[in-house]
Ligand binder design. Sequence first.
Ligand SMILES: [Zn+2]
Length: 459
Amino acid sequence: MKKFGFLMFLVVIMIAFPKMADASSYSAKIYLDGQQINLSSGVKVENNNGTVMVPIRVISENLGFDVYWNKATKTVTVQDGSQTVTMVIGSQQADINGQRVQMTKAPVLRGGTTLVPIRFVSEQMGLQVRWDNAQKAVYLTSSYDGNNPGEQPGVATSTVDGISFSENRLMVAVTGNTKPNVSKLSSPDRIVIDMVNTNFSDTFSSNASFDDVTKSGQMAVTGYPDVKAVRYSLYNSNPTTVRIVIDLNYAKNYTVSGLENGSGVFIVDLNTGSNPTPGTGGKKLVVIDAGHGDHDPGAIGVTKKREKDFNLAMALKVEKLLAKEQNIEVVLTRSNDTFLELKDRAKIANDLKADVFISIHANSGPSTASGTETYYYNESDKALANALHKEIVKAMGLKDRGVRYGNFHVIRETKMPGALLEVGFLSNKTDESKLFDPATQDRVAEAIVRGIKNYLKVD
Ligand SMILES: [Zn+2]
């Protein structure tokens, strides 16, 4: 092809496929706690197929985290307190406090500038992230607490009429069609309920302690070990938003019910089957941790199966079996597709003074890698790892890759004997199909229970 012809060809291609470039640079706005971040001149934010990528200097200069760049290994490390996120240019595998996590987009180099996915990094560092596509803006929130005083009140279409806490359940009486948004936050552990376009009713203060000036109140909760207190406030005036916070003594699962049929009451129930009041009656307490969850899928398999789903399925199966045991109580760190920080997983086990902690994972590596690994951190935990490993290898029937030392956050920070299981490789076709085969999962669950019982020497 002649040069002119080739140029014409290029022009035609660019007209026909204007989106052929996989990334577009533009001046997206970034807000931190409502304040727009002033990006240094020349700092370009990039939208890579829906993932917003920012230069690492935004992470250090604007968000205030420590950032280290190793040119030789092309590694970026972001650090804040005990939280460490390590990413490598071109790799979707990140490392969070020693544990592997899958990212949606790998960090990239653009003319000497390293770009990282802002949602992933921010969420790992404990920020809430929201992307407003119309405004092309990233909203980061470092804390959910606080008021927005001085704004004009919005129009509320619903009211909160009363609030009570009993039977380990929060009950909220409402008028109108408000849709409560319930979420779990950590450091400190709490459950936050936001109701947009909702205000307190005029009679609310006659039903609950309420300060009319600060538009807030608090309810002391006694006799429920999970809960410290319940507080509520007019959190935002535009749009008018009521926020109720259940302050917890440790991370806790919950279920939300009511309002489907206009009953006028909705309930946030802490009596979920997965975490009973534990450690009572001289029974051994086992905490099972299903790795990853929600936005963190963990490793992705050959046929795109997600590690988080395997981990959860296994945890639920082990829970079901352990629930039948007379001398063992079981608590799951998560019993649905939610995400917990690593430190919260360890904290649950530590707060409950569990006897055993087991974190369930599946591995990823070269497609030829196959088999079962079990990790311990403290030399004294090796007996637990050995007891589990022996049984799981038999149940999986794959290569025995051995009991190994691993500096993983959850088994390092837990104070009781702990083990981290890498049951098989999702990156290997045979392993992956076994890991997701219900009959094999049942066998592995039984194996884990046998290992626990042998280690704890209980019948
Ligand atoms: Zn994992």
